[in-house]
Design a protein around this ligand. Structure first.
Ligand code: CTP
Length: 410
């Protein structure tokens, strides 16, 4: 099946009998992973109701250019920016003519003019109208403008005639839409990232935590989205806003993070533990604020679950990547963690240099796996995260290929 994970498709519907197929098209686009928003022309609403399209797309349908009452709506510029691709299906002869002329007299034509996303049209009309030289001149013009023509197909028409002008079937259109996107290295893959610190309360106002801004984990989640993955970001308390298109799960303590991960891990292909999880928590949490008392205060701590090790221990579980933050003997400790936690890869990260690591925007990593060691040079965390994701994708695909061939051999 075509994959459109994380892709934003703006579906334009114009007036034509084929509009009844647009509901199926929207549903199939969503099944392939896309987010779909619908804009309908006035004429389209005569063939299919906005309510139907709202139900299948999951968003309110937008119809007019100047409508202050569209509470949940985006204006034409926002819509134009939002889209990764605009598909007009069905596209009537009149709409092709308008598009070729660059008119902007309704919401859909205005969005088409305002977007810099790829634009595709799926013409649908009577065969005489399609073959008319005026339409063919418009089609020629649209091609010159770089607008993609999906179809039309040929065959029996709603008007009783036979010939070219039928809108392509929804499944053909979904394949054509998917073909417009460069397939990322993690297309169709589910990635889970843990990020930020955890907070282990000792009383209602105090607790233990680890130093972590969450920047690296959030950048890794963002890079995985860019590579086409569905991304679940399980984050401890940070000041950061979750990147767009990730599924955020916010937690506070290590045990909450552990539970949030374990609840969702069955659907995960790659697990990346970037969080600075507190290894211990206070054994008892005081219900009220602890008052000052003697000169010394003993607080007993107990071990938290090791999330990464528990994920790595799952039979046929995800490809696991751990982070190792060390202040000394970096590579030795990192190799040790690779073996002890049985993970597929460790990203070792020196935190003793102020310009790198913790709160910094820059970082450098050494990737260690059983197949060797790779150095990723100091660079902004966003760029570094993209490089890291590239190597993780390579490792993941290599492992899966080996396992598949082993299964075939058996
Ligand atoms: N980690 C985890 N759960 C824990 C502790 C750590 O998932 N309770 C993960 C981190 O997200 C990271 C990796 O394990 O990916 C390494 O964490 P680190 O704290 O550096 O190592 P530890 O295993 O805790 O060992 P030590 O504290 O002895 O260095």
């Amino acid at each position: 099946m075509a994959s459109l994970t994380n892709k934003r498709i703006l579906l334009g519907i114009t007036g034509g009998i084929a509009a009844y197929k647009s509901a199926d098209l929207a549903r199939r686009l969503r099944d392939a992973g896309a987010e779909v928003r619908v804009v309908m022309t006035q004429a389209a609403t005569g063939f299919i109701t906005p309510l139907t399209m709202q139900a299948v797309s999951g968003h309110p349908v937008q119809q007019t250019l100047l409508d202050e009452t569209t509470e949940n709506g985006m204006d034409h510029i926002e819509l134009a920016r939002w889209a990764d691709l605009v598909l007009v299906a069905p596209a009537s002869a009149n709409f092709l003519a308008k598009l070729n002329q660059g008119r902007a007299d309704d919401l859909l034509s205005t969005v088409c003019l305002a977007t810099d996303a790829p634009l595709a049209v799926a013409p649908a009309m009577n065969q005489q109208m399609w073959l008319n030289p005026a339409t063919q001149r418009n089609v020629f013009g649209l091609k010159q403008l770089g607008i993609k023509l999906f179809g039309p197909g040929s065959g029996d028409q709603a008007c009783g005639e036979t010939g070219p002008g039928r809108m392509l079937e929804p499944e053909e259109l979904v394949d054509l839409v998917a073909g417009q996107f460069v397939t990322g290295t993690l297309q169709g893959i589910t990635v889970m990232v843990t990020a930020g610190p955890t907070w282990e309360a000792m009383d209602p106002v105090r607790g233990f935590t680890n130093r972590s801004s969450g920047k690296m984990g959030y950048a890794v989640a963002q890079a995985a989205v860019e590579a086409g993955a569905r991304v679940i970001l399980v984050s401890g308390p940070t000041a950061l806003k979750a990147p767009e298109r990730v599924e955020p799960v916010n937690v506070t303590s290590a045990r909450e993070m552990h539970d949030a991960v374990m609840e969702r891990v069955a659907a995960v292909d790659i697990f990346i533990g970037v969080a600075a999880v507190a290894d211990y928590r206070p054994k008892a949490v005081a219900e009220q604020k602890i008052k000052k008392g003697p000169d010394t205060l003993m607080i007993e701590l107990e071990r938290n679950p090791d999330i990464l090790a528990n994920v790595a221990a799952i039979t046929d579980g995800p490809f696991t990547v751990g982070f190792a933050a060390e202040t000394e003997n970096l590579l030795e400790h990192a190799r040790d963690k690779l073996q002890k936690k049985h993970v597929d890869m460790i990203a070792a990260n020196r935190v003793d240099q102020t310009e790198l690591g913790f709160d910094a925007d820059q970082n450098a990593l050494t990737l260690i796996s059983t197949s060797g060691q790779i150095e990723l040079e100091p660079q902004p965390k966003t760029r570094l995260a993209r490089e890291l994701i590239k190597h993780i994708a390579t490792g993941f695909h290599a492992k899966n290929t080996t396992e598949d061939s082993r299964q075939t051999y058996r």
